[in-house]
Design a protein around this ligand. Structure first.
Ligand SMILES: [Zn+2]
Length: 287
């Protein structure tokens, strides 16, 4: 229902929503930068004529007008993203009470299976290695050693920097923004047709790992980084970048140490051909 006179509509006028002359200028900058090509189509290896400039992290989720948060989209991709965001907002409301972030910056113990897996994720179109392990077990180092140029790396700590925070940022707003960005990257794997991806997650329990592999489909495989709690704690203590977050990270390691192993296969029966799900030794370093 439209509000009388139009000015009381919940979205406000174009100007009230921040889409005035300044936006027109910004929009033109982005269209030029993106060469009037849809960036989502481009990621899928197609060419699509740009129709709109989109906030990668929606403004409703704290996304800003920073150039990094804007990209050109074609009519179809923009409509899809808008529809998806609507559905996502509904789901987020339902999830709100369930998914909370602890003081250590990690989601609180899963109340629901697959708690950190984005809603509605579809199987990946390209091989994706899900690299699991406790904080400071060497996940990032493993990926840095094995990823080839052009591989996609989805790492929440790196994304925190991309959205304006620090790698071990504990601020809830940074974590939320980074999660939204990470979820978007994970979802986009379904549309990828070339290359490979690495996804870094904690996924302490086998149940969580199985849920990731199940969600990402037959092209996903698991890499479990093995390290002892003492090794992780020592690396955390020795890393200046982790100094601010030392308590939370150490507690996350202890929680992982306390988590009893659950006897569940890494891939659910009939889940398809996971290849390299070998247990790899901790590779040292900072990740
Ligand atoms: Zn497009």
């Amino acid at each position: 229902m439209k509000a009388p006179g139009g000015w009381r509509g919940k979205a406000g006028t174009r100007h009230q929503r921040g889409y005035g002359a300044a936006w027109d200028k910004l929009r033109e900058i982005i269209l030029c930068r993106d060469r009037r090509l849809c960036q989502q189509c481009l990621r899928a290896g197609k060419a699509g004529h740009a129709h709109a400039v989109d906030h990668i992290i929606p403004k409703s989720k704290g996304g800003t007008d920073d150039l990094d948060n804007l990209e050109a989209l074609c009519k179809r991709c923009h409509a899809e993203k808008t529809a998806h965001e609507g559905a996502e907002a509904q789901a987020a409301l339902r999830e709100e009470g369930r998914r909370r972030i602890g003081e250590d910056g990690w989601p609180i113990e899963p109340k629901v299976l697959g708690y950190s897996i984005p809603h509605g994720v579809r199987p990946s179109g390209i091989p994706v290695f899900v690299v699991c392990g406790p904080p400071a077990s060497g996940k990032t180092t493993h990926v840095a050693r094995h990823a080839k140029g052009g591989d996609k790396v989805i790492d929440l700590d790196q994304i925190k920097v991309r959205v304006g925070g620090k790698p071990y940022d504990q601020s809830e707003s940074i974590i939320r923004k980074a999660m939204a960005y990470r979820d978007m990257m994970i979802r986009s794997l379904a549309d990828d047709t070339a290359g490979r991806a690495w996804l870094i997650v904690t996924a302490i329990t086998k149940v969580e790992r199985a849920a990731w592999i199940d969600a990402l489909g037959p092209k996903a495989s698991l890499v479990v980084i093995e390290a002892t709690a003492d090794q992780c704690l020592a690396r955390i203590a020795a890393d200046p970048a982790r100094a601010e977050a030392i308590e939370g990270l150490s507690e996350a390691v202890r929680r992982w140490e306390r988590t009893p192993p659950i006897q569940t296969p890494d891939r659910p029966p009939g889940g398809g051909g996971g290849k390299s799900r070998g247990i790899l030794p901790g590779t040292g370093g900072t990740g």
